[in-house]
Ligand binder design. Structure first.
Ligand code: SF4
Length: 289
């Protein structure tokens, strides 16, 4: 398989065939994100995509899922996506689920009917990075979206009958706005009612605008205790039902996972135990992106 640069995929796509149909991210301005900093956004050409599908047809017959990389594969024009999905259906008949990252702008560039058309061709899961429900935080992070614009995108995904997985980023507001960020994010997640929520903890990446500010000491992150308080506040204000809540990424000090609303109290109790020192946190040296 020929990839352009390093490939990033959600942890739950570890067993998927990764087919890269775009390189980089069409936005690529978020101050906290170093994922595609060294990649100029481009659509991969037919030859590159066909070659990778042919490779998968030959060597990946036992894998039943496909993840389309990179950062916002859904930004491709609908006709191009239909062509790619049709090829995957034809040449990889064992594939049961196709997933991709989609930013809110890419989602809004499609109608609900177009998203439903892709669903018929195998699209199942859309990963959307909300990061925060607080407009002040989104603006400072140059996310290029507001909470409302991302809510509109999330509603389109749900209306098309697709599985919506939403990522939020603890610590992004810094120490001073931490709890407002948590409450606003919980409020927006409640309105989005996604199928899955992944809460990651911000880790500064040298060379990114926000990472460099943290490392220079001009942006103060909450400490581990503050991040747990933020996680707690987020959970308290997230009132969804039948949602998988995951804060077990390697960046988290306290790996927790459970169903909302069923396991909410258990997860809150575990955070409280950690806050009072009765549960050991993941060592700083063991945290990773
Ligand atoms: S966070 Fe997402 S939208 Fe922002 S630059 Fe990174 S990949 Fe692009």
């Amino acid at each position: 398989m020929h990839y352009d640069g390093i490939i990033i995929r959600p942890p739950s796509e570890a067993d998927s065939i990764i087919i890269q149909i775009t390189a980089g991210c069409s936005h690529n301005r978020c101050t906290f994100c170093g994922a595609y900093k060294n990649k100029q956004f481009r659509q991969r050409n037919n030859e590159e995509i066909n070659e990778n599908i042919a490779f998968a047809a030959k060597y990946c017959a036992r894998q039943h899922r496909v993840f389309l990389a990179d950062g916002d594969a859904l930004i491709l024009p609908q006709s191009r996506l239909v062509e790619i999905f049709t090829q995957i259906c034809t040449r990889l008949p064992q594939v049961r689920r196709i997933s991709l990252y989609a930013n809110a702008k890419a989602i809004r560039s499609k109608t609900v009917e177009q998203l439903a058309e892709l669903k018929k061709l195998g699209l199942n899961r859309v990963y959307l990075g909300l990061e925060s429900g607080d407009d002040q935080v989104l603006s400072a992070a140059i996310k290029g979206e507001t909470a409302d614009s991302m809510l509109a995108a999330a509603r389109q995904v749900k209306e098309a009958g697709l599985f919506l997985s939403v990522t939020v980023l603890l610590g992004l507001a810094g120490a001073t706005r931490s709890l407002i960020h948590a409450r606003e994010t919980g409020r927006v997640l409640t309105q989005m009612a996604p199928n899955q929520i992944a809460a990651l903890m911000f880790m500064p990446i040298p060379g990114t605008e926000l990472g460099d500010k943290v490392l220079a000491g001009v942006f103060q992150l909450p400490d581990s205790h503050g991040l747990l308080e933020e996680l707690r506040e987020l959970l308290v204000h997230t009132n969804c039902d039948r949602v998988q809540f995951m804060a077990n990424h390697a960046s988290n000090y306290l790996p927790i996972t459970g169903r909302l609303s069923r396991n909410k109290n258990e997860m809150l109790q575990l955070i409280d135990q950690a806050l009072t020192g009765r549960v050991i946190l993941r060592a700083e040296s063991m945290r990773a992106l």
